[in-house]
Design a protein around this ligand. Sequence first.
Ligand code: SF4
Ligand code: SF4
Length: 422
Amino acid sequence: MYPTQIMLQEAEKCSRCGVCAAVCPVFRELQRETYSSRGKTEIAKALVAGELPYSSYTEDIFSKCLLCLTCKGACPAGVDQGKLILGIRAELAKRKGLPFSKKVAFKYLLKKRNLFEKALKAFSYLQMFAPPQGNGKLRHLPFFLSAFGKGRLIPDLSKTPLRKEFPEVIPPSKAPAQMRVGLFSGCFIDFVDPAIGRSLIRVLGRHGVEVVFPKKQTCCGIPVFMSGDLQNGLDLLKMNIEAFAPYELDAIIVACATCGTALKESYKILVEGESQEWRDRVNAFSTKVLDIAEFLTQKIKLTKAEKESVRKVTYHDPCHLNRGQGVLSQPREVLKSLPGITLVEMRDAQRCCGGGGSFSFYNYDLSQQISRQKVEDIQATKASVVVTGCPGCMLQLKDQLGQKNSQVEVKHLIQLVDEAGV
Ligand code: SF4
Ligand code: SF4
């Protein structure tokens, strides 16, 4: 089924009750009905019926969505804003086309990993000319991309991608291997913060898990198809399925909440218009995907070594892990099993951090306004570390805490497990 039909199916469910407006982070800041889920649903219907023109104003409305799914979680009728936005952005891209930079990136760079790596390297050299900001760990984008980023701060890119540090099949440090899993790294862990991936490989190795890291895997595709480019999104999906196809695996592990949602949920929607063979292949692939917190709680029994608590940590629920995949209790279970750590819950841990992937690049000021409450809630816990399961949230939290000169560290769950040595 073409995403426009899926989008209309979602829109038809709406009873216009307005519950979503009260919870939408964008609506809370802008106080305009058109930016709430109800408003977007009504506008989407009017656009498809030809009652409203596709314009830069309507484009702006659909670009101002974090895809945080807070509205979906609260909606009594079960309207899925993720499907709605996918459908309407696909329509917008079909009618108006994508900006040139996105066309090049989606069609060429993301499909050719070596070219992508070279482009990122060039990008990181140019980024060096931008002075460090906040706590000195983040910088602005290179000058020629400043119009795209509009003030967004990002970390320096890694000198070596994660995939170049390891062979395709990584034997466990504790032999013999008890299990064999595939690793889907995602672009952020591969190119920006490979330390997360190193921790993951070390922890799995300590528990006798062999890790297969297929080098032909590429971007999960979410920035591509959520921009409305369904064809290139589908091409990336197929490249990823083919990359893992040669291996018999017990599970496919992800440590990025957004990639996990793409692989588990969005791929099934994207492939709906494809052949039965592709639908079956995607189904088989998606059912094997587990977030690292799910894998640790389901397949590995972490035994807690008693040790006095030395660190207070708090946990931020990434939208795409919590509402996207229903992974809520598992990260907490993992944290509670680590020695030397006390988990202190922040107020409203499920509140969106304001990152929203490329949302924060195009709407940086708004993204910062949305983050304000999250930063206050983290600081109120007096924790020394905020832990999460999404590299995108980590970027946003590092930026927002750093700009306040906060000493709170931001870490991925797997980094804490690794540090604890369990
Ligand atoms: S909560 Fe759901 S049903 Fe109610 S207005 Fe929002 S989208 Fe429509
Ligand atoms: S997904 Fe988030 S930002 Fe988008 S309409 Fe729903 S609550 Fe608002």
